[in-house]
Design a protein around this ligand. Structure first.
Ligand code: HGY
Ligand code: MN
Ligand code: MN
Ligand code: MN
Length: 411
């Protein structure tokens, strides 16, 4: 059976074009949510949507939707494809952007072929998936799925002191539609794996059946600033050392447990941050993840207990702010089976797997059957300019997305 395929050159060209937009003075890709550089990426995506003849809608969260609604399908709930085009700092060019551009590519391919879907097909680029500037991550899709009030989200204050709603208005992406205005009949997200599993097993396609839980916290430890030279070690309340003990505690506990639990301290700041002053304050973030909700809760409790001991033993004052907490999600088995069948028909190897990263699909799964398709990441590297997926793998994944859309939009 011949399989009409996507336009590989168009997709690969767009991935590279979008990957060149939003580079800083050191040529790092930085398109943080609602920033000036992200606006450039948004504008390019909207231009491609308009060029494809899609209706473009932007909601109050700045989520962008390209809508293909053939005649006579006014009331049918759409099939939604999506991901995000905001990035981390010094990002790769595939995370998020691949899924958004492949979704557009699938729609353009089906339109050109004269395919008549049973329902509208929509491609979405959700705001602030990365959560680097404004927490929590997956914010745009979380609001879209009703998991966070839109006004509360727009009032979020960023790490740079800006307010999300003001920034979206400033860059011209504070839309009129209420988040959730298009209730999808199903949601599909194509994404790079961002981990080593597929490459290690030489498998082309991941049929993602679940996604692990995520806990983000910000911890502040207060001690006493003091002279680095004159203060006896026994008299110190060194917040920097206390923070270092937490980092070591988290890593050693996760390694020793030998479970799927992962723990990361990604941000750390000392005050007053001077070479000859014992730090009075350490502020740092903790990212804990586990596919099992019970174990994730247990790891959060273990951290809390360790912080309590630090506070009592060494008279620190410790405060913890919860930044994000998402339970593990199980995706729709029917769609997962479609992904596996589509890979089989194209002779592509495929395995079911868990997503270690958070994704917009995890949020949209709250309001519609959802699933994800993964393609291999070279060396399992992501959130890093070395992030890479071979063109053949990118095209294979987009063709599987095309085939699954054809199946779901024919029902
Ligand atoms: O943190 C995550 O896993 C997602 O990429 N924001
Ligand atoms: Mn992503
Ligand atoms: Mn990411
Ligand atoms: Mn993600």
């Amino acid at each position: 059976m011949s399989h009409p395929s996507i336009n590989a050159a168009r997709l690969l060209g767009r991935i590279r074009t979008l990957g060149s937009i939003g580079r800083d003075g050191e040529d790092r890709l930085v398109r943080l949510a609602a920033s000036d550089t992200e606006k450039l990426g948004r504008d390019q995506f909207v231009a491609w949507l308009e060029g494809a003849g899609l209706a473009v809608a932007v909601d109050r969260m700045g989520n962008i939707f390209g809508i293909w609604r053939p005649e006579g399908l006014d009331d049918a709930a759409p099939l939604m494809l999506g991901s995000h085009i905001d990035t981390v700092i010094d990002a790769g060019i595939y995370d998020g952007c691949y899924g958004v551009l492949a979704g557009l590519e699938v729609i353009e391919t089906l339109k050109a072929e004269g395919f008549r879907p049973s329902r509208p097909v929509v491609v979405a680029a959700f705001t602030n998936e990365e959560g680097v500037r404004y927490a929590p991550d997956m914010m745009g899709s979380l609001v879209y799925a009703g998991g966070l009030d839109v006004d509360a989200a727009l009032a979020s204050v960023g790490t740079d002191g800006t307010v999300l709603g003001d920034e979206l208005a400033r860059i011209g992406y504070a839309g009129d539609y209420e988040p959730g205005f298009l209730r999808p009949q199903a949601y599909l997200e194509l994404h790079i794996e961002q981990g080593p599993a597929l490459e290690r097993e030489s498998i082309s396609i991941g049929a993602v059946e679940n996604l692990q839980g995520i806990s983000w916290q910000r911890v502040t430890i207060d001690g006493d600033a003091n002279h680095a030279g004159t203060t006896p070690m026994s008299m110190r309340r060194d917040a920097g050392h206390a923070a270092a003990r937490v980092v070591t505690f988290l890593r050693e506990r996760a390694v020793a447990a030998n479970t799927p639990t992962v723990a990361t301290v990604g941000c750390m700041r000392f005050e007053p941050n001077a070479i000859n002053v014992i730090p009075s304050r350490a502020t740092f973030t903790v990212d804990l993840r586990d596919p099992d909700e019970g174990r994730l809760t247990q790891e959060e409790a273990a951290l809390a207990a360790f912080l309590d001991v630090l506070a009592m033993e060494e008279r620190f004052s410790v405060s913890v702010e919860r930044l994000a907490r998402f339970e593990p999600v199980t995706f729709d088995r029917g769609i997962v089976e479609h992904i596996e069948a589509a890979a089989g028909e194209r002779g592509l190897s495929c395995k079911r797997m868990t997503s270690g990263a958070g994704h917009d699909a995890q949020m949209i799964a709250r309001i519609a059957p959802a699933a994800m398709i993964f393609v291999p990441s070279a060396g399992g590297i992501s959130h890093n300019p070395k992030e890479y997926t071979a063109d053949d793998d990118l095209v294979a994944g987009a063709n599987i997305l095309l085939d699954v859309v054809r199946r779901l939009a024919a029902e």
